[in-house]
Design a protein around this ligand. Structure first.
Ligand SMILES: Cc1cc2nc3c(=O)[nH]c(=O)nc-3n(C[C@H](O)[C@H](O)[C@H](O)COP(=O)(O)OP(=O)(O)OC[C@H]3O[C@@H](n4cnc5c(N)ncnc54)[C@H](O)[C@@H]3O)c2cc1C
Length: 283
């Protein structure tokens, strides 16, 4: 037997053992409380008591599928209360496929009006393909940071105040609590929080990515880690960052975004670039 065959056989036995284990797990519960208790018993190391409101299963996914509004999405998707689908956990766990979602969108409006929605589906497909072709990129910097700093300038671990949602920014604390209690964040909130972790707190993107994956119901190493690398600039030609004006415009109705509790984001983009990236060469 070749090395490849041995490896495949090992993988096969592991998969068979897992399927056998899953077959022994109950699939029906008298109520949600019993299901929650069962899952908690399967996760002895997890002390976090938060249970997301998100319901699993095909029926819940179909209700969200029927409610998508890809035309409105094109206009307001960057606002935290925009017409996003919240289907990512169902896509991640193969309850809905990207094809099914695309076909549903195509039935709901002319192609031009729903273009943005289809493009965003494309991002998920793109990240999966990048991962398949370059599995070793998942946890390694694809390129150097373009921030004027080198990787060793960034902390390896997530500071405790971020993990606890007790930072000096009320908006970031709000996003952290939402992440930990619901297992979901809007894309723009993910970008804000990732940028805060990497650029304001100068923490390695890997530590932020681990934190997100530990809490997201749609936690997907390819979409998550490559998005983090895009924010960090190790997979982009410049870092992503934002200012308070942007935060207030897109998140102001959902999160506490006043200046006094979010001072670190105040100022113009030029001012913030000087503060966050003092060694970065001028463009
Ligand atoms: C730092 C960071 C971490 C992220 N981590 C994850 C993750 O772990 N898992 C994950 O599925 N997505 C991740 N994303 C991508 C995106 O934020 C989520 O897919 C999206 O917010 C899910 O919400 P939704 O279903 O309401 O999306 P919608 O806006 O309704 O989009 C529909 C579907 O298109 C796909 N999609 C939309 N935008 C993106 C995008 N920018 N990148 C990839 N796919 C996209 C998703 O499958 C999504 O469910 C991350 C983005 C960032 C910036």
């Amino acid at each position: 037997m070749s090395h490849g065959e041995t490896f495949a056989a090992t993988g096969f036995h592991r998969a068979a053992r897992y399927l056998g284990y899953m077959e022994k797990q109950p699939t029906q519960f008298p109520d949600r409380a019993a299901l929650v208790a069962h899952v908690k018993a399967l996760s002895p190391g997890v002390t976090d008591d938060a249970v997301s409101e998100t319901r699993g299963g095909r029926a819940a996914a179909e209700a969200l599928l029927a409610a998508i509004d890809p035309t409105a999405y094109g206009h307001n998707r960057n606002y935290l209360d925009g017409a996003v689908s919240r289907l990512s956990p169902y896509i991640r766990h193969a309850i809905v496929s990207l094809n099914e979602l695309r076909n549903q969108a195509l039935e709901m409006g002319d192609v031009k009006a729903i273009e943005k929605f289809i493009q965003e589906l494309g991002w998920r497909d793109f990240w999966q393909r990048i991962y398949t072709q370059n599995p070793d990129w998942l946890w390694h910097d694809i390129e150097p940071y373009k921030t004027g700093f080198v990787a060793s300038d960034y902390a390896d671990t997530l500071p405790q105040d971020i993990a606890a949602g007790e930072t000096d920014s009320a908006a970031m604390n709000h996003f952290i609590q939402e992440l930990k209690t619901s297992g979901y964040l809007h894309n723009h909130a993910r970008m804000y929080l990732a940028a805060y972790i990497v650029h304001w707190r100068r923490v390695k993107w890997q530590a932020g990515a681990r934190f997100f994956l530990a809490h997201l119901l749609d936690g997907d190493p390819a979409s998550n880690n490559f998005s983090f690398q895009w924010v960090a600039s190790t997979f982009a030609n410049k870092p992503y960052f934002f200012n308070l004006e942007n935060l207030q415009k897109f998140a102001g109705m959902q999160a506490p975004c006043d200046f006094h509790t979010n001072k670190c984001f105040g100022g113009s983009y030029d001012d913030l670039a000087l503060k966050l990236f003092p060694h970065m060469a001028a463009p």
